[in-house]
Design a protein around this ligand. Structure first.
Ligand code: GUN
Ligand code: ZN
Length: 435
């Protein structure tokens, strides 16, 4: 097996930064290297040490760029690649007017396959190597998603959305059909190569109590699968949910009664939470997911990261394409920083870059596989250029520290700052070309 040695400035988080300047939370090597064999990291450290272990390795010199673990996007919608930037409405109208019509197209296997390739190109072009995605209600869309990820050996998590009410004909299954199709997809894809399955009831509004119950049965039968849905994104959504589920104590209780709430559950948005819901999140270990570009775009509200963290709740961070407005986790941090600023909360660049790498990996329980550059991890690596645009280069002339460089990347960077992305050791971006 031919080895590959990536040389550059290496940044790898080993713990969550506990305060802004917590330099014990990461390793930083000015002249570092990553040695890759068979898609895995077999050595990482100072270049002089790593090169001594290499045997006939192909060398890729990325100096002066920064090598980091590939980014992880904890919540987005694969069938919404052509919904991004749809004007003028908040959640429920946006779903009815733009999103549901677009998702209907994913019944067509050829269209779904073309979109799956485009979707993966966009992710890796922006430095993202793992994502947890909603597919459409159609089994074809999940097939296309997993097949494309497998072709690229990407660690992708996804699931066929289940929805059996309050959606157009052609975009609904039944409780039984959703259960059966999910079973087939889990059997075929979960744990196959790098794929993982997420049981995916879209949200309370589009599922009957029967469908949520059957989702709960799937969770009980497949405790190693992830679960993804939405929670308390928008006030009209919450009011409608309470009408549909009058017996529930609150929105989260709808999912609790169905047996969905465990530490494998990822809840997009979770903005307008009641005290009991926060208690339940803390008790169960379920993960809210902060989607800043989406929350601003749809006018949904401000995610209370500090409040949740103070309760020991581990949140993910994500783009939420297509209500999110960028595939870039750097731009997600940019908007996230501003959302937290509005609440008097500060997101330090060390905390920010930890969050989109090791932090998100930890919420998945997968930090031994993705999100770090530790020996034994998959060789999913992003190469970042903080001087990618003239404005960034100008700003970087006055930057003196690593923290400043990281802050420039997260405030000004996007896919142009991603010089290369490696998935299981394979370069994904054509050199010198945007993806
Ligand atoms: N809630 C239910 N479905 C969706 C979706 O597709 N996007 C967002 N932002 N919220 C949702
Ligand atoms: Zn979503």
């Amino acid at each position: 097996m031919v080895q590959k040695l990536l040389r550059g400035r290496v940044l790898n988080f080993v713990a969550e930064p506990q305060w802004p300047e917590d330099v014990a939370s990461f390793q930083y090597l000015e002249d570092g290297a990553i040695l890759i064999s068979d898609g895995r990291i077999i050595a990482m450290g100072a270049h002089a040490d790593v090169v001594a272990k290499a045997q006939g390795a192909e060398v890729v010199d990325h100096r002066p760029h920064l090598l980091m673990p590939g980014f992880i996007d904890m919540h987005l919608h694969f069938p919404q690649v052509q919904v991004i930037a749809s004007w003028g409405s908040q959640l429920l109208d946006w779903l009815n007017n733009y999103t549901f019509p677009a998702e209907l197209g994913f019944a067509d296997a050829n269209y779904a396959a073309r979109m799956a390739a485009a979707f993966c190109d966009q992710l890796t072009g922006h430095g993202t190597t793992t994502a947890m995605a909603f597919c459409s209600v159609h089994e074809t869309s999940a097939e296309a998603f997993f097949a494309e990820a497998a072709r690229r050996d990407m660690c992708m998590i996804g699931g066929k959305t289940m929805m059996d009410r309050n959606a157009p004909e052609g975009l609904m299954d039944s409780a039984q059909e959703g259960y059966d199709a999910t079973k087939r997809l889990i059997a075929k894809w979960h744990g196959q190569g790098r794929a993982r399955y997420a049981i995916t009831p879209r949200f309370a509004i589009t599922s009957t109590p029967e469908q949520l119950e059957m989702s709960g049965a799937l969770v009980a039968e497949h405790p190693d699968c992830f679960v993804q849905t939405h929670l308390s994104e928008n006030k009209a959504e919450i009011a409608f949910t309470k009408e549909l589920y009058p017996e529930a104590r609150d929105y989260l209780d709808v999912y609790q009664r169905a047996g969905l709430v465990t530490d494998k559950l990822f809840l997009g948005h979770a903005i307008h939470l009641e005290p009991r819901e926060i208690d339940a999140l803390a008790e169960t270990g379920a993960h809210p997911v902060f989607c800043p570009t989406s929350n601003l775009f749809l006018g949904s509200g401000l995610f209370d990261q500090a409040g949740l963290k103070a309760r020991g709740i581990q949140s993910g961070i994500a783009t939420d394409i297509g209500a999110g407005t960028s595939y870039s986790m750097l731009q997600t941090l940019n908007e996230g920083y501003k959302v937290l600023q509005l609440q008097g909360q500060a997101l330090h660049p060390y905390q920010a870059f930890h969050w989109i790498t090791r932090g998100n990996a930890q919420t998945l329980g997968m930090a031994d596989e993705i999100g770090t550059l530790e020996v034994g991890s998959a060789a999913d690596v992003v190469v970042l250029d903080a001087r990618a645009t003239s404005a960034m280069a100008l700003r970087m002339e006055a930057a003196e520290t690593l923290a400043e460089e990281l802050f420039v990347l997260m405030m000004m960077g996007d896919d142009r700052a991603v010089a290369q992305t490696y998935v299981a050791g394979a370069a994904q971006k054509a050199q010198g070309l945007a993806a």
